[in-house]
Design a protein. Structure first.
Ligand code: TPP
Ligand code: TPP
Ligand code: MG
Ligand code: MG
Lengths: 348, 324, 348, 324
């Protein structure tokens, strides 16, 4: 029995206008989704070219969920996106060439080759870099919200977690603390139905992850994660509710992880029909169709956007490949921060 | 100057910083209305309000993760574990997130974690441990273990100022037993600098925390034998003051490392190994370690006494070294 | 809004007979509650006499909840009772003199002076000793249930936790795993309304802890923890449901912690009226009255039981005080188990 | 005998025990249908069924606590962490419950925890760590770090037989790189006994895990200089074979301790401190440690190479000792 509210799909343009998006915003969302996918597709190529060391993880299928939520955040808000949430980084403005540099372990990546994959973030864009351990960043997101509450700022923290990671204690402690204190945080569950090879019924025993929100004293909402506008609308509501003192919300974005867990995994354990069914719901194609049908996106407009994205990514790749490998002499630097660093605008 | 117990000095340091800097806040179990299990924050909630003295749920990862998030957003959290033993429940957060965030992505995590630690009052296996060695091994964390009221206050203020995660191990057995003159004004004691607790010529004892007092008593006994013992109170074990330790070792040529934590893989091993390597040519005897044995901390008084290094144990170790 | 089922009080004798208790059982329950309280009251005296080192914790007010649950367990069932659950040890048959020896750190206590308080248990009676860290024994209880499930034994594990400890990640991981695998485990929340000085609204944001059961796919029941027969009836149901493959249940026994957190704590933060109101619901007095009114307990019967308990405890104290302090030479023994120990009936 | 990779030897040992003893079961993330992240349990669920090869939720404390409970009820659980790094999420359970239960109340906890550890393939800060030192410090836990396929199989079987919690650190970088002859039948390799990987006269290298191969290459280079290097593969670091180490140290009079974990407070400190203390009079030079530096494990290949001790680093250390 579902307990969480199931969000309606978004239909008309007027509905979207009400939710605060004009035509430029709508195109920006489209562009961000294209960039997101494009970055990850090119990542795959780099990987096959042997230019990405280690493993490689992407979020194909999660573009709408990631971009939708990030679009609903204000610039003063902060978040802790994960390995399927490239769209959050893109929407918040990280430059793709830096991501490629990160992928390839180059000196100009956000971690200067110290970490890989999406284990990066720009604090100046309000994002805090993830660690591998899932969902260890949720308590950190709650801590950001705690700071906002203490200082009575109208800011919101957004914390992401996978449906697999919902099983870990950190999820519980984060939601318990946020719920009892009504902190301004929004929890986003990227429910892509698989945790590596583990299906959802071995991770939780409710119908939806969002059904658990009630156990923490706040609302849970299940959203079709391929519907970027529905995600945006629900995220906007939740973010503004948090901002105005209404406490946390748990949003569950339901998608399918459209690739293996990482590049080495062929996902043999995922039933073929599942991939087929969800392929019909490709979030980008779905949104493109919507824009054509509802926002009168013209051929020229569409073309301009996709050409722009292609050029952006091409230039980004070139620039990233020019970035050198990090100097080994830097290895020992920065294990500890220096007092001066606290005076920089890092800390917001 | 004012007479303060070790505990009062900690309260005083914390209160000083909270009055001076409204980014500093306290979070932990029962730290508010109750003032903390040891009453370090007694009266704080009245003075600073419920959002700067936060009664957390019984959830150590939420407390520490919460502290980290707030710190990244510009606050200066001082979190309390009810007993140091319970920090095991926040181990993952500390070693995975807090310790590595700056090196990985350049974000400082200025958090302080207050850890009432140590035995000596029949607290049993889960209320008496000294887990500093486990954390000193993790790059990115700092570990502070003051022995005197003056250092406790000064080091706590330094810890709050420090842009890194600092674990502040306060020894419960010193809380009310040790009372000395402490400056009333604000001051800092540098993290990473040892203190010569007692000057001597013949043997060096390297120690920290409550064991400083055990060493002192032992040194007095050795004085009667005509052996002059130097005591180096490390004060902080990560970073530890290698220079001061090596200097003392080179001076006396004989060293005993003393700690209350268990033997194998305790931080004493790092100190002994370093001395034995870097002062190899200056040593007139092997570096001895006097520590707790490799067992959990027992509850019953005779067992606990056999577990925690006693003055006699140190005297014995020192005599052996003296005769070496 | 409460989600959990709220259990009815138990009324008549016939109802109790149906639940499987005859008159001897009813008197045993009464005796076990008296012993439980008696042990802890004498503990207080020992403490004041300076005979108990360290601190001292008791479960006054929780006698009905502890004895009620333990009575519902079969001998082949196992459990991980906590610091307020002396009644479980008593009901399962631990000899009070050993408890006094444990309190005083003597050689004949179950831990031979290595641990104190209720940090003890007799594995031969199906109980596993608690650690301080709360609720670190819940995953262990679930693991016992896992063994039963693997071996297809008709046995049940019972795991206790406080409402404060419900906030910790271990609670969540335990219930998640047990719920997804429908393991034969019963979770008992000793909700005594305070976690040290912390009130319940800072530990969880639902009305009841049992409201959370739904988030794990099983039933939650709130029980008046001063009503030993209601506790028994609900525990019996839950235990038998688990035994027959029905999966976990979460039972929340609502009481008030009638003393400070431990002996040093005067509980100044608990409103006086709260103590007064709950004092009227003293579980032992309540049950005594019920026995007089419903089971025709006579003066002689009552007297026999209480005299027997007094004598038992008196003898126990004497015997415990004769027990020596542990030899320091034993300190180093037993850090590691020897292979022979695995052949003993420890492992059940 | 059959040729087996290090990984195949682990699978083989585990399969052998599961066939022999139906109390043995496997629990971990993705160990069933998927066969584990490294495919150690590939095909196991088909053979042994879903209740002996259990796909656990993403919940390390549930996995380890579950293993402990099942062990106390008479099972022989073999739990897998997907990467050793994630054991930080079960730290509390291991040090608080599993390590201390036997000493406190006499209940053995026969669990095995398989930990794919170590770096060398750009796994980055959270997929490359060697956390054995942290656990070796906790009384009640055993830590095993095999270097060869033969030892991996024999030690895994010993670990399953052992009545205590055993952490089995398997080095990922050896999984498919190292392939040797391994007995096909069941056998055990004793926990706590070192193996002389290479006999030598002039300098001893004490090491374990993947570093055994690094030491071997370095020793070969030193041979060309006419220096004879002995390599002691500790195999298990808790308990560690002090007798074998001291014997080698006394024979060669010069010792280098080598490990892949970070320097400060790494287990090398314990070994170096012990040698320096107990073989004080036999040493002709300081005990040197070659280790990773005190940083997290970097991702980018040049950085990772600078981090993990390389053959050159060992050669340099050995030459310095030779010339001492
Ligand atoms: C604490 C922890 N344990 C194990 C892992 C290994 N691991 C990496 S991703 C993954 C599955 C995560 O599933 P989910 O949370 O659903 O996120 P998804 O990858 O599906 O987006 C696992 C088990 C981890 N990262 N962290
Ligand atoms: C993990 C952990 N953190 C902190 C403590 C210290 N502590 C001991 S009892 C207690 C309160 C427990 O409250 P609850 O779970 O409601 O149990 P109660 O004592 O009320 O029965 C606390 C915070 C602990 N034992 N374990
Ligand atoms: Mg998933
Ligand atoms: Mg309580």
């Amino acid at each position: 029995m579902a307990i969480a509210r199931e969000a309606e799909p978004v239909g008309s343009l007027s509905e979207v206008r009400e939710a605060g998006l004009d035509r430029v915003d709508l195109f920006d969302i489209y562009r961000n989704m294209l960039i997101t996918r494009g970055v990850e597709e090119r990542g795959h190529i780099l990987y096959r070219q042997g230019k990405i060391p280690g493993s490689f993880y992407t979020g194909r299928g999660n573009e709408a969920a990631a971009v939708g939520v990030a679009t609903a955040m204000e610039s003063q808000d902060v978040g802790t996106p994960l390995h399927r949430d490239m769209g959050v980084h893109i929407t918040r403005g990280v430059e793709p060439w830096k991501i490629f540099a990160q992928y390839m372990g180059r000196a100009d990546g956000p971690t200067h080759g110290r970490d890989g994959n999406v284990h990066m973030a720009d604090i100046h864009l309000g994002l805090i870099a993830m660690v591998s351990h899932l969902p260890a960043m949720l308590p950190v997101a709650v801590g950001c919200a705690l700071a906002f509450r203490i200082r009575e700022e109208r800011r919101v923290a957004v914390g992401w977690f996978g449906e697999g990671a919902s099983a870990r204690g950190d999820t519980h402690e984060s939601m318990t603390f946020a719920g009892t204190r009504k902190l301004p945080v929004v929890f986003i569950c990227d429910n892509n139905q698989w945790a590596y090879s583990t299906p959802t019924h071995l991770e939780y025993a409710t119908e939806h992850v969002a059904d658990r929100a009630q156990a923490y004293g706040f609302e849970g909402v299940v959203i079709d994660g391929t519907d970027v506008l529905a995600v945006y609308r629900e995220a906007k509501r939740a973010v503004e509710k948090a901002r105005s003192g209404g406490g946390p919300t748990l949003l569950e974005c339901l998608t399918l992880r459209m690739e293996g867990h990482a590049v080495h995994d062929d996902a043999f354990y995922v039933p073929k029909v599942m991939f087929e069914r969800w392929a019909e719901n490709d979030p980008i194609e779905r949104y493109r169709t919507w824009l054509r049908e509802n926002a009168e996106m013209t051929d020229e407009e569409e073309d301009e956007i996709s050409t722009g994205v292609k050029k952006l990514l091409h230039d980004a790749l070139t620039r990233a490949e020019e970035s050198p490998m990090p100097e080994t002499s830097t290895l020992l630097e920065g294990v500890y921060a220096t007092p001066e660093e606290l005076d920089t605008p890092h800390h917001m | 100057m004012a007479e303060m117990t070790y505990l009062q000095a900690i309260s005083d340091g914390l209160r000083t910083e909270m009055r001076r800097d409204d980014r500093v806040f306290v979070i932990g179990e029962d730290v508010g209305v109750y003032g903390g299990a040891f009453k370090v924050t007694l009266g704080f909630q009245e003075e600073f309000g419920p959002w700067r003295v936060i009664d957390a749920p019984l959830a150590e990862t939420a407390i520490m993760g919460g502290a980290t998030g707030a710190a990244i957003m510009g606050m200066r959290p001082v979190a309390e574990m009810q007993f140091a033993d319970f920090v095991s429940c926040a181990w993952d957060h500390l070693v995975t997130v807090a310790a590595k965030q700056h090196w990985r992505v350049g974000i400082p995590v200025p958090i302080v974690l207050r850890l009432p630690s140590g035995g000596g009052f029949s607290g049993g296996p889960f209320h008496s441990q000294n887990p500093e060695s486990s954390f000193a091994h993790i790059p990115g964390l700092k570990c502070v273990c003051p022995a005197t009221p003056e250092d406790a206050k000064g080091l706590l203020i330094s810890a709050i100022e420090d842009p890194n995660p600092v674990l502040f191990f306060e020894h419960k057995h010193l809380y009310r037993r040790i009372k000395t003159e402490v400056p009333e004004e604000r001051y800092t004691t540098p993290i990473g600098k040892a203190r010569t607790h007692r000057e001597g010529r013949d043997i060096s004892v390297i120690t920290w925390g409550a064991m400083v007092y055990t060493a002192e008593e032992a040194a007095q006994q050795l004085e009667n034998d005509g052996v002059s013992v130097e005591i180096i109170d490390l004060r902080t074990i990560m970073p530890w003051d290698k220079a001061a330790v090596l200097e003392s070792a080179r001076k006396t040529s004989k060293v005993l490392v003393l700690h209350e934590d268990t033997h194998t893989g305790g931080f004493g091993a790092e100190i002994a190994a370093t001395i034995a390597e870097e002062a190899f040519e200056d040593l007139d005897g092997p570096v001895r370690r006097v520590t707790a044995p490799d067992t959990p901390v027992p509850f019953s008084p005779p067992l606990e006494k056999a577990y925690i290094p006693q003055v006699e144990d140190v005297v014995k170790g020192l005599r052996e070294l003296a005769e070496y």
